[in-house]
Design a protein around this ligand. Sequence first.
Ligand SMILES: Nc1ncnc2c1ncn2[C@@H]1O[C@H](COP(=O)(O)OP(=O)(O)OP(=O)(O)O)[C@@H](O)[C@H]1O
Ligand SMILES: [Mg+2]
Length: 260
Amino acid sequence: MTTPLLEVTEVGKTYGSVIALREVSTVVNAGEVTCVLGDNGAGKSTLIKILAGLHQHDEGEFRIEGEPVRLGSPREALDRGIATVYQDLAVVPLMSVWRNFFLGSEPTKGFGPLRMLDRKQGREVTRKALAEMGIDLRDVEQPVGTLSGGERQCVAIARAVHFGAKVLILDEPTAALGVKQAGVVLKYVAQARDRGLGVVLITHNPHHAYPVGNRFLLLKRGRSLGCFEKADISLAELTRQMAGGAELEALEHELRGAVS
Ligand SMILES: Nc1ncnc2c1ncn2[C@@H]1O[C@H](COP(=O)(O)OP(=O)(O)OP(=O)(O)O)[C@@H](O)[C@H]1O
Ligand SMILES: [Mg+2]
């Protein structure tokens, strides 16, 4: 068996007296998608903040390629190949697509005071990287603010792939998108996976998770309801678990009563 890219074992995190996460375990393998599902306040963001170096766990173990770690900063996570795309993407809306693509790692030419941004190369590399992911943008000079939410997510995914991320964490990338755009983003999630990245996909929506996921970590009020391999759980069961199982059935019953 190969060592997982990431592995958490019984991790826990408290904020003061609030237990945000308790005894949660899962793995992220190269070329696979681990989905994290749960309702509001389930602890999804807390878990990915630990993986992304924003917060530290105070119980359990977090391993990167077998080595126990406690990440001190997002920079440290990035240096270890963990790239995170947050829902409110850190983009500069008025800046062009290609400038955003390189944000912080611009290609330059010349030396010393003559060193300048190599615009031509920057545009070319961006266009190529996007095309490799099957993203066809007419003009990489256009401001990122003119792209749709789905297109922005796609650019962010292509960026992480281009800069050599091993693990790609996506926090609710499809939450604000329509059906068609969500489908497009999921297609690029699958592409990142097929290029050998380990993907962590956070979502509320089992219908988005199921087609691309290899395993599903279900969280509820900070606790794990289990981490299921795809072979061990059907979409119907995943949906039922997400909806609170028996609670939903009771609610359905109640609602039916209300309208009849
Ligand atoms: N910085 C913090 N300080 C105190 N409590 C926090 C903090 N961050 C999160 N929590 C609490 O921890 C619990 C889990 O929150 P978390 O943000 O991880 O949930 P989530 O699954 O991402 O929810 P959502 O779907 O609403 O984004 C919640 O009860 C939340 O109020
Ligand atoms: Mg969240």
